[in-house]
Design a protein around this ligand. Structure first.
Ligand code: ZN
Ligand code: ZN
Ligand code: ZN
Length: 138
């Protein structure tokens, strides 16, 4: 028997994470949406591309950062100081790319998104992060 329950002990004290909100995102086997309406609001990648080494612009934390695909600011994720969530709410920017696992999350749809228009972003980040090209079309 595998106990799949996720306990709140995995969330650090002081993170102020609402366990009900974050629970679904902790599960694996997540099937991303292949489209969401916010893809139409993506802004073109800056000429210098992405930099997965960028620390959070708010707190300087280098660990779990996301880049906003609408304005290219970099902020930390929900397990650090949640500055990207804050940014998304304040600026109404929905789509962010994780520099940890190169997944794209939409704050408005609350789903992972995988669409071919996101491939150039993922390829660029993968190249900069790992120093090799991303294999396949995924
Ligand atoms: Zn931060
Ligand atoms: Zn933004
Ligand atoms: Zn969306």
């Amino acid at each position: 028997m595998i106990n799949a329950a996720v306990t709140c002990e995995q969330i650090k004290d002081g993170d102020a994470v609402n366990p009900q909100m974050s629970l679904p995102n902790m599960l694996y086997c997540v099937v991303p949406l292949d489209w969401c309406p916010h893809l139409e609001r993506l802004q073109p990648m800056p000429p210098e591309g992405l930099n997965p080494q960028t620390p959070c612009e708010t707190c300087g934390d280098p660990r779990e950062n996301w880049v906003c695909l609408h304005c290219y600011q970099v902020h930390c994720g929900r397990y650090v100081n949640q500055h990207m969530i804050q940014h998304g709410l304040e600026c109404h920017h929905q789509l962010t790319l994780s520099y940890s696992d190169l997944s794209v999350w939409c704050y408005e749809c609350e789903e992972y998104i995988h669409n071919e228009v996101l491939l150039p972003f993922k390829r660029d980040a993968h190249w900069k992060k790992f120093g090799e090209m991303m294999l396949g079309t995924e």
